[in-house]
Ligand binder design. Structure first.
Ligand SMILES: Cc1ncc(COP(=O)(O)O)c(C=O)c1O
Length: 447
């Protein structure tokens, strides 16, 4: 039977993500056709460096044959099967074991999902399940930090994120508590030392818990380095102090490592870099180098044990996802974990990161630059805003960089760097050459 086509215009519906929908109707997007290493080629044959690894995800660049072959092998042996009801696939089992062994928490247990948003959303749901079983059904509130993005679902879009998102979507906000982004560079008071700033940030969180009523607060979710807030590095003592504070109030610490997981900060996880142990961790993006959609929720044994008891009490865990632990995605992620070891990606990041830091910090003296920061294979150059036009310089730089064959994420007037982890020092030099050339085309007036 012939399937009839309706009279819809074909390219209207596709571009929604962080896009002005009216503009998307008329402006043709950049259409990327191919990739090789850290380079991309668009439909017109123009070449770009992807300096933020495509939303911080394509950790091995765009042409890793090992991952492709792992996917093909799995596609040939078992391309689809839903894990659940006491059935699963070897790749999901092996991946769960491997992740649990890597995690910093004691007795870690792993559940799968398909995206970072879903992992965070599921985790919040698990928290509510757990607390209800513990006889604390009021512990439903989640604290997040302004500017920290945790996803696009109903629950996660209400947390922190871009100011105005929750209101724009008219999201239920009763259980979302918002505290400041610990951005010492931009939010310190005049003369405030870094230690004083950390203490003030922790006090704000304590007061938020006290005001809400500690018996109503279930968790705090945080991205240890907040790229969505402009590559905000945690001030000294913040994460370890936060760990103590949350433990004191019985509030779970949810470590969103969707961006920072898998070598980005120079260790396997940012929790290792900053020396704290979360209660739960969410992983996505680099977990499969973004070759397949897969995410993971890693829970401490203590957190998981309550889920186990709660499911026992009602007979089952009333939760599932058809693609949670999808065989092809799991096989690719498993191969990714092997590659991290085989290629010593942590060692590679540590070896090439100083080159990136040197380049980034060399920008500090530029008249348009307000601040530079770097950690592991990431960092940012923050410009002085143009007077009364916050973000305009960032947008101008966005265009200039594209004209010079460079794709980076722009947050206001801050330009984030987080290249694929496989980048070489020569490629870092080339990326920064393009960045500098783009910068030189920007008008100079700082006022
Ligand atoms: C820190 C963080 N958490 C969660 C998410 C959501 O992940 P996804 O887009 O895979 O749903 C993102 C996405 O950029 C993120 O940066």
């Amino acid at each position: 039977m012939q399937i009839s086509r309706r009279d819809n215009t074909p390219d209207n519906a596709m571009l929604i993500n962080f896009t002005n929908l009216r503009r998307a109707r008329t402006a043709r997007p950049l259409v990327i056709e191919r990739g090789r290493g850290i380079f991309l080629i668009d439909e017109n044959g123009r070449e770009y460096i992807e300096g933020t690894a495509s939303f911080y995800s394509a950790a091995l660049g765009f042409s890793n044959d090992d991952l492709t072959e792992a996917a093909i092998r799995q596609m040939r042996s078992l391309p689809a099967y839903a894990s659940g009801i006491y059935r699963t696939v070897p790749a999901a089992l092996a991946l769960g074991e491997r992740l649990a062994a890597l995690a910093p928490m004691k007795g870690a247990r792993v559940a799968f999902a398909s995206t970072g948003s879903e992992a965070n959303d599921f985790l919040i749901k698990f928290m509510r399940f757990r607390n209800a079983h513990l006889g604390q059904p009021k512990r439903t509130k989640v604290i997040a930090r302004t500017g920290s993005y945790h996803g696009g679902t109903m629950a996660t879009a209400a947390l922190g994120g871009f100011p105005g998102t929750a209101a724009a979507f008219n999201l239920p906000m009763d259980d979302a508590l918002t505290v400041s982004q610990p951005d010492y560079i931009n939010l310190a008071l005049a003369g405030e030392s870094e230690d004083e700033f950390t203490a003030r940030m922790l006090l704000e969180i304590e007061q938020t818990i006290e005001q809400a009523g500690p018996e109503t607060v279930g968790a705090m979710i945080l991205d240890p380095v907040s790229y969505s807030a402009g590559c905000v590095l945690p001030p000294r003592g913040y994460l370890t102090g936060l760990r103590e504070l949350l433990t004191h109030y019985g509030v779970q610490m949810f470590d969103d490592e969707v961006i920072t997981g898998f070598c980005r900060t120079g260790n396997m996880f940012a929790a290792d870099t900053f020396g704290f142990t979360p209660d739960c961790m969410t992983l996505a993006k680099a977990l499969s180098a973004a070759y397949q959609p897969i995410s993971a929720i890693v829970m401490s044994g203590a957190f998981y044990d309550v889920l186990e008891r709660a499911s026992d009490a009602i007979g089952t865990m009333p939760h599932a996802g058809t693609y949670s632990g999808h065989p092809v995605a799991a096989a690719v992620a498993l191969r990714m974990l092997e590659i991290i070891e085989e290629r010593d990606l942590v060692g590679h990041v540590r070896a090439v990161a100083p080159r990136l830091h040197t380049h980034i910090h060399a920008m500090a003296g530029h008249e348009l630059v307000f601040n530079t920061r770097a950690l592991g294979l990431g960092g940012a150059v923050q410009f002085h805003p143009i007077k009364d036009q916050r973000g305009a310089r960032g947008q101008a730089m966005q265009q200039a960089m594209m004209d010079h064959g460079l794709l980076l994420r722009v947050v206001g007037d801050t330009i984030n760097f987080a290249p694929p982890l496989i980048i070489t020092t020569a490629e870092i030099d080339e990326m920064m050459r393009r960045f500098t050339a783009a910068l030189e085309t920007l008008p100079r007036e700082t006022a």
